[in-house]
Design a protein around this ligand. Structure first.
Ligand code: AMP
Ligand code: MG
Length: 484
């Protein structure tokens, strides 16, 4: 194979013993279903080269370039509160790292590339529906300005894979990320008492995500604080768009602060703090309102893993780490207030106003996304658009009056509201319809149309009103599956 795609391999070089060298599977007929040409350009990759036979082989894991040193990463994780000491990439490989034209290092990772030594009972595979789901929702998140892994391509493999509903097209997602380091990566080596590897991992993570901390005193503690702040800000952004991740296990909590692992995630339609979509989340552990608390819980698990690097004295280490974890609640709160202040075009966060708005939404079947897009009407003296969204509108006029009194210039505020609050989100009923047509009818028309909407989420497109509309009230409740 020609060295047309150049990879750097810092993970393979610097972190020996933290992974297993591994190749992707050979496929009967790998084909690109969709290629993210905008992202390719951002990475300095030529879309035409990616579409060539060599490119398709790389994006599907069928055959990798010379310069790659592909591997399966080891990690552990708390899943739904219980610790699994050995998870790891069971159906994925890290191909290598791409240095983009700005010099940023980005992982190319393939999900669905076949079984690895970490596969346990799994078949190592992914199917088209869930792969396209991750493609679509991660693109929506990126367009909404939320830190996220990105989808570079979705490929089919040419074979079929058995899932709940029968045979489905086998597929591979080519994913780009700032890194694939997770809380669970640290937990893996902490649980085995491998302090030298833990140190190696910390040095690597610092060099990659917090280079200014390299060589500083108390770097482990400062690192914990950075990750906590990134996660606090991330979850605050999720709350602002009604995003429910669905599987906030520590192996799905990144060090970079990017959203990762779009399995059973979904956007909330009607405001309800208890919203949960995942079929496996029986107790609602990962519901909308619990997300900030769970993020903090996950960071406490990172703190535990880092204790030996924080202080020689365990008592002191615990004391220092506890301070950081407690402070995370405060950074979350200010991030959350800032998110809602921005959505409401407030000149400064007003905690009482923002909290009373959340109370007002409670139990009144308000479509969360539509609410914000109705606000400009209220600035033009038409409260009815907002009132119509509430099954019980009592108190809404009063709230609107309080809010309006804080807005210095209605025209500027209206423009700002429409620039930061999406008209189009990947609504569950639309996503389901699009994925069903793609998986079972080999028809990507709906998928491409929905993708185009969520990639430009703020501007209204002609004739596309139905993409902005909530699900019909009598629509069946959506349940999401991990797709595994
Ligand atoms: P997730 O729930 O996607 O975060 O995955 C949790 C763990 O299960 C990870 O270690 C995955 O690699 C592994 N896994 C999920 N699906 C499969 C599969 N079909 N085959 C092998 N491993 C899998
Ligand atoms: Mg995962």
């Amino acid at each position: 194979m020609q060295a047309r795609f150049e990879f750097d391999n810092s993970y393979a070089q610097d972190l020996q013993g933290l992974y297993v060298p591994w190749q992707g599977q050979n496929w009967p007929d790998p084909q690109i279903v969709i290629l993210n040409e905008t992202l390719a350009a951002e990475l300095g990759l030529d879309p035409a080269a990616l579409k060539s036979a060599e490119g398709v082989a790389m994006l599907s894991g069928h055959a990798l370039p010379e310069s790659a040193r592909p591997l399966a990463q080891a990690y552990a994780g708390h899943q739904f509160g219980g610790f699994s000491p050995q998870l790891g990439d069971g159906r994925a490989i890290l191909v290598g790292e791409i240095l983009d034209p700005q010099g940023a290092r980005r992982d190319l990772h393939l999900k669905g590339s076949g079984r690895t030594p970490f596969a346990r009972g799994g078949d190592g595979r992914a199917v088209l529906g869930p792969v396209l789901r991750e493609y679509l929702i991660s693109e929506a998140m990126a367009a909404l300005g939320v830190p996220t892994t990105r989808a570079l391509a979705a490929c089919t493999t040419g074979d079929r894979v058995l899932r709940q509903n029968g045979l489905e097209p086998g597929a591979v997602l080519a994913r780009i990320a700032a890194s694939h380091l997770r809380v669970g990566t640290f937990q893996f080596f902490a649980a085995r008492g491998e302090a030298d590897k833990l140190r190696l991992l910390l040095d690597y993570a610092l060099a990659r995500h917090d280079p200014d901390l390299v060589g500083t005193r108390d770097a482990a503690l400062a690192f914990l604080d950075r990750v906590a702040r990134r996660q606090a800000e991330l979850v605050a952004q999720w709350m602002g768009i009604g995003f429910v991740h669905g599987v906030m296990n520590t192996d799905n909590t990144t060090i970079s602060g990017e959203t990762i692992d779009y399995g059973p995630c979904a956007f909330m339609d009607r405001y309800d703090p208890a919203t949960v979509f995942s079929s496996i989340d029986q107790t609602g552990r990962y519901c909308y309102a619990n997300q900030p608390m769970i993020a903090q819980w996950n960071l406490a698990r990172l703190a535990e893993a880092l204790l030996p690097l924080i202080d020689e004295s365990e008592t002191k280490a615990i004391e220092k780490a506890t301070g950081v974890i407690e402070a995370m609640a405060e950074s979350y709160r200010s991030a959350w207030l800032a998110v809602f202040a921005r959505k409401l075009a407030l000149p400064a966060p007003d905690p009482a106003l923002i909290e009373s708005l959340h109370e007002l939404w409670q139990g009144r079947n308000v479509d969360f996304t539509s609410f914000f897009r109705a606000l400009p009407d209220a600035l033009r003296g038409r409260d009815e658009t907002v009132l119509a969204l509430f099954s019980d509108p009592s108190g809404v006029r009063d709230w609107l009056a309080r809010w309006r009194a804080l807005i210095p210039d209605p025209e500027t505020a209206s423009a700002r509201i429409e620039a930061v609050n999406p008209l189009y989100i990947p609504r569950n009923h639309m996503v389901d319809e699009a994925l069903h047509a793609a998986s079972f009818e080999n028809d990507l028309t709906l998928f491409r149309s929905l993708l185009a909407r969520v990639q430009s989420p703020f501007s209204a497109a002609e004739g596309m009103e139905h993409y902005a509309a909530p699900a019909p009230v009598d629509a069946p409740e959506i349940v999401t599956f991990c797709g595994t």
